[in-house]
Design a protein around this ligand. Structure first.
Ligand code: PGA
Length: 259
């Protein structure tokens, strides 16, 4: 098993170019000793400046969305190769805010994943159930459908390049974190789906991040679970000090787990 621990910040629609570069300059010295890989998904306008500011550090810069086409008359959209050109190395796809506010379907997310891989961007596929789906005992079928349809027709090699993020919709930005046990159960389901529908070795090596109100105070308990390999952090990734604490706690726990 060679799972990488990844702590990924998702800035959503926050931070100007200046705020982004200042954040990266503040964060870099705070996380020099980190064992976890540190990713930040920044707004499109800040990708180039953030990638420049992150040069020579271990921070990896990426984007939060892209269009599934190579190029074309799609006013207001952005192509994968443009993100790559600006310095992005990964892209978050299928975030629940994209699914719910912008009606993204599993089919569309699948097209975006394929395009991202072609453009050499590492996709982070987000999946997760709503509160109603959890209440209705639909966690497993919902995760299964999002994963199977999201990864449809991908080669095993491509699936091995992905990162998966489990983000229960009811925990995002609400301050309600899933308990470590609830999150572990869902991560186990995700890994089982990948193993059964695709490949068990790929499933074993796949990093699955937890997202939803992650804070310095709850990261350690979450990441000590056997199937939680990192975190996708929204609100708590907007402050460099808070984000660095999450990164440090994840390192300590991960080292303990590997002993
Ligand atoms: P949150 O967001 O940490 O603010 O809950 C997580 C996410 O949306 O990725």
């Amino acid at each position: 098993m060679s799972r990488v621990t990844i702590i990924c910040g998702n800035w959503k629609m926050y931070k100007t170019i200046q705020e982004a570069t200042e954040f990266i300059k503040t964060l870099a010295p705070l996380i020099e000793q980190s064992q976890a890989k540190v990713y930040i998904a920044v707004p499109f306008t800040a990708i180039q400046a953030s990638a420049d500011a992150a040069k020579g550090t271990s921070i990896v810069i990426g984007a939060q969305n892209m269009n599934e086409a190579s190029e074309g008359a799609f006013t207001g959209e952005i192509a994968g190769k443009m993100l790559k050109d600006a310095g992005a190395q990964f892209v978050i796809l299928g975030h629940s805010e994209r699914r719910h506010y912008f009606n993204e379907s599993n089919l569309q997310i699948n097209k975006k994943i394929k395009k991202a891989l072609q453009d050499n961007l590492q996709p982070i596929l987000c999946v997760g159930e709503t509160f109603g789906e959890r209440e209705g005992n639909l966690v497993e079928p919902v995760l299964q459908q999002q994963i199977i349809e999201g990864l449809q027709d991908l080669s095993l090699k491509d699936i091995s390049r992905l990162i998966l993020a489990y983000e229960p919709v009811w925990a995002i930005g609400t301050g309600k974190t899933a308990t470590p046990e609830i999150a572990q159960d869902a991560h186990k389901i995700c890994r089982k789906v990948i193993a059964e529908r695709f490949d068990s070795e790929i499933a074993d090596n796949l990093s699955i991040l937890y997202g939803g109100s992650v804070q310095p105070g709850n990261i350690a308990a979450l990441i000590s679970q056997p199937d939680i390999d990192g975190a996708l952090v929204g609100g708590a990734a907007l402050n460099a000090q808070t984000f660095s604490e999450i990164i440090h706690y994840s390192k300590t726990q991960n080292e303990n787990r590997e002993e």
